[in-house]
Design a binder for this molecule. Structure first.
Ligand SMILES: [Zn+2]
Length: 176
């Protein structure tokens, strides 16, 4: 765990959806259709090549259920029930290098999406992987409580550290 911890400093990227972006939603939707259909074509072509075996797919499904459960539990514990929090398991190419997850949110409508690294890209043993995923969930949710604080490049690093310490303490408390 010690080695992983030093890396956790850069655990996540945080995306706040600025309201200006929300205004151009129609254009974004139109573009999304384009992207979605491209992706679909791409997926059809590569589906056979990257077809995960049954055991891997079952592992991913179980991880998905686990993360869903943990999000509900921690949303309750962290008193974030007024937020609509969704999640997705994503491959490494959807995350910043050396990160295990990210969160984006819109404080105005209280909606957030947490991305957690997919089990397909985890090299940890099953139970350690699940613990790690839970850590990501708690870490990202702690960020939500800090969502209204001003943020700069300098404060981000300090925030990451504080969020890691809080998430670690909360998980420790929950396990005893
Ligand atoms: Zn973070």
């Amino acid at each position: 765990m010690g080695e992983i911890e030093s890396e956790i400093v850069d655990l996540c990227e945080i995306w706040v959806i600025p309201s200006e972006v929300m205004v151009s939603k129609k254009l974004a939707t139109a573009m999304l259709f384009g992207v979605a259909s491209l992706l679909f074509t791409g997926f059809c072509i590569s589906a056979t090549a990257a077809n995960p075996d049954t055991a891997s797919r079952e592992r991913e499904n179980a991880a998905e259920k686990y993360v869903a459960q943990k999000i509900q539990l921690w949303q309750d514990r962290l008193n974030l029930r007024n937020w609509d929090i969704r999640f997705q398991l994503v491959r490494t190419d959807k995350l910043e290098p050396k990160t295990l997850g990210n969160i984006n949110w819109d404080s105005d409508v209280k909606k957030a999406t947490i991305s957690v690294l997919s089990s397909y890209d985890y090299t940890l043993p099953y139970h350690e992987m699940l613990d790690d995923m839970e850590f990501t969930v708690v870490h990202e949710m702690v960020h939500l409580h800090l969502a209204s604080l001003p943020r700069s490049d300098a404060s981000r690093r300090v925030e990451e550290h504080a969020v890691n310490e809080l998430a670690r303490a909360l998980l420790k408390l929950a396990k005893h």
